[in-house]
Design a protein around this ligand. Structure first.
Ligand SMILES: Cc1cc2nc3c(=O)[nH]c(=O)nc-3n(C[C@H](O)[C@H](O)[C@H](O)COP(=O)(O)OP(=O)(O)OC[C@H]3O[C@@H](n4cnc5c(N)ncnc54)[C@H](O)[C@@H]3O)c2cc1C
Length: 592
């Protein structure tokens, strides 16, 4: 069963929730009209279904391996990637000065959802290139930008992110890869592990962004610098030239994303790999954060992608699988008639739609944060992006565990059998809450940098906005009125829990770490409840204007389901968070 892009929902979210009209009103995005967005989504949907999706399951079975020092990708991947770049998809939201199309990041996010739904392993390659482009564009010298960005924006050259080492995962202060000054460049020596698409033959060159430490660097994260280390050193005419001193040592065997090579990379076994400084010496982590923030949003979108894909497959199966009898139906029925199967399908559907709304809204805010006309407006939007990035990453990826697991469950025993395809989504999804900072690390970022550091200002402004919406929601009549009480209860839980955390956090060093993940899910739940409720109101406006498309009626029904069946988790999360850290920390390390 191939993937079908949910273009109608994407378009709806982009227009109604993620602020396309406001973005399109900016001179820089005057081309990004509703019609153009619709046309791009249609084309991308066809490409994802016809080119990426058919390679997903065969790619999972084939995997990747090293043969004669070359990483072998699954059959069809290189051709699909070539088509992808020839169609200009890599540069859709990249700057026009480097031959990109300069469309909003919001639109990029929607097409990125499609690529990842269709084939997560393959899509990781352009995803990392995209983040590398942004880091180079923001921090590298003009000459590095001119030399590398046009080829990366076209996709001719791909990009990677090299942070992790055996002793330095979450804790990047422990990075040991060394860099030494050598004239106008540096020599890099060390080993990196878990490098996604670190070696392959799909692109003509691979541009590695590598964290390393100079000999005179201070200890800790303040002593790390960022280097651009190409696989092939460019010739004067820009073509890939001499091979740099770096190589893939081995590939990891892993639970999922089998078609994405996860590489152990060795730099500088001979004379030292040539690297060029990006940003300033010792300030590499700040530069890498540009790439990591981008990648965190994109990984959140991967969560939406797999929830959606798992939903589509489960729905298809539930319509076809005949089993048992159901009240009001003649004879044996398709399992979609059973209320518990309907519960699972609705759960998956609501998770996908809510996650999409959250991720796209954040992408739209990011467009406004970079391009709004006044500095004040840019700062306001940036503050919302900063608050939302850990929530998108954590909520969408954690909920994708639930959605993909339900996808297996809907299939019964066949879900556990690889041939069906449902198991692949569950396996592939498992990496999402781990890479780009685990869910626990997102929570520390949220509780520390985003909530405690400004004394709760940004989250307070969000809660004020939700309260203003609560008043609007309470005026609704008909079915939508059913959302109102649930929303108020959840919002009260959020406000009370936030207040409690702010009052207790400073005096309790374990609190943020112990309750952060649950608070993060509470905040994600309420924000998603808000967006689903707004979706329902927007859908009602279309119905009231005479639009009879069933999409709008179903939108309202899914929003009500979210409000009644998922949003109330906020109340139990409130109880859990406010129980504090005591029981979590009660058994001594040595007594475990
Ligand atoms: C398939 C795959 C692809 C990857 N791709 C890349 C890539 O392209 N580039 C790259 O650089 N890296 C990549 N990674 C690495 C990935 O980002 C790390 O695995 C991840 O950040 C976690 O680091 P770690 O594995 O060392 O776990 P650890 O840091 O050892 O963490 C283990 C556990 O301890 C917790 N923990 C650790 N420190 C803290 C703390 N201070 N507070 C609270 N909890 C903590 C973590 O949340 C986790 O649950 C990839 C990994 C995989 C598996």
């Amino acid at each position: 069963m191939e993937y079908i892009a949910p273009t109608k929902d994407m378009q709806f979210v982009i227009n109604e929730l993620a602020k396309l009209p406001e973005i399109n009103a900016l001179p820089v995005f005057e081309d990004a009209t509703e019609d153009l967005v619709e046309a791009v989504l249609e084309q991308a949907g066809v490409f994802a279904s016809e080119v990426f999706s058919p390679l997903n399951q065969p790619g999972d079975h084939h995997g990747t391996f090293i043969e004669n020092d070359v990483v072998v990708s699954p059959p069809g991947f290189a051709e699909a990637y070539q088509q992808f770049i020839e169609n200009g998809w890599q540069g859709i939201a990249k700057p026009a000065e480097f031959d990109g199309q300069n469309l909003p990041y919001l639109l990029h996010s929607a097409v990125s959802e499609m690529w990842n739904s269709a084939n997560l392993s393959l899509s990781l390659c352009p995803l990392l290139t995209s983040g590398a482009i942004e880091a180079i564009h923001t921090h590298a010298s003009e000459s590095l930008q001119q030399q590398y960005l046009p080829k990366m924006v076209s996709g001719e050259w791909s990009g990677t992110m090299n942070l992790t080492e055996p002793q330095a995962g979450t804790d990047l202060a422990a990075v040991r890869t060394r860099a030494e000054r050598d004239g106008d460049h540096y020599r890099i020596r060390g080993q990196k592990i878990f490098i996604t698409w670190g070696a392959h033959e799909m692109s003509k060159n691979i541009v590695h962004l590598v964290l390393a430490r100079l000999p005179d660097a201070p200890e800790g994260v303040k002593g790390i610098s960022l280097f651009l280390v190409p696989r092939y050193l460019p010739n004067a005419d820009g073509s890939p030239g001499e091979r740099n001193d770096l190589k893939v040592v081995s590939l990891e065997s892993k639970l999922g994303i089998h078609a994405s090579p996860t590489c152990v990379m060795s730099y500088g076994d001979k004379e030292g790999a040539i690297g060029y400084l990006v940003g300033e010496e010792h300030n590499g982590l700040a530069c890498m954060f540009t790439m990591m923030n981008n990648a965190r949003l994109e990984v959140g979108i991967q969560g939406v992608s797999l929830s959606e894909r798992a939903y589509q497959r489960a729905l298809n199966f539930a319509r076809e699988r005949i089993q048992g009898n159901a009240f009001g139906q003649q004879g044996r029925v398709a399992i979609i008639h059973h209320p518990d199967v309907r519960r699972m399908l609705m759960q998956m559907r609501a998770i996908s739609e809510a996650g999409r709304a959250l991720a796209y809204l954040t992408a739209g805010e990011s467009d406004l944060a970079h391009n709004a006309e006044s500095a004040e407006a840019r700062a306001k939007h940036q503050s919302r992006v900063d608050l939302f990035v850990p929530i998108v990453k954590a909520w969408c990826t954690e909920m994708s565990q639930e959605a993909t697991s339900l996808g297996v469950q809907v299939h019964g025993g066949m879900g556990f059998i690889e041939e069906t395809g449902a198991a692949q989504y569950l396996r592939d999804a498992r990496i999402l809450p781990i890479y780009e900072g685990t869910t626990g690390i997102q929570a520390l970022d949220l509780m520390g940098r985003k909530i405690m550091r400004d004394g709760g200002k940004a989250v307070g402004e969000l809660i004020d906005e939700l309260k203003a919406f609560e008043a609007e929601l309470s005026q609704q009549t008909g079915d939508i009125a059913r959302i109102s009480t649930q929303f108020s209860n959840a919002l009260n839980a959020l406000e009370d829990t936030t207040q409690w955390f702010l009052e207790n956090a400073a005096s309790n060093p374990f609190l943020a770490g112990a309750i952060g993940v649950n608070y993060q899910m509470l905040l994600g739940n309420v924000v998603c409840g808000w967006l689903m409720a707004r979706s329902a109101i927007a859908a009602q406006t279309h119905i009231d204007a005479g639009n009879s498309d069933n999409f709008y009626r179903n939108k309202i029904k899914t929003a009500i389901f979210f409000a009644e069946q998922i949003l109330p988790r906020a109340l139990s999360l409130q109880t859990i968070v406010k129980a504090g850290e005591q029981s979590t920390m009660s058994i001594d390390v040595d007594s475990f």
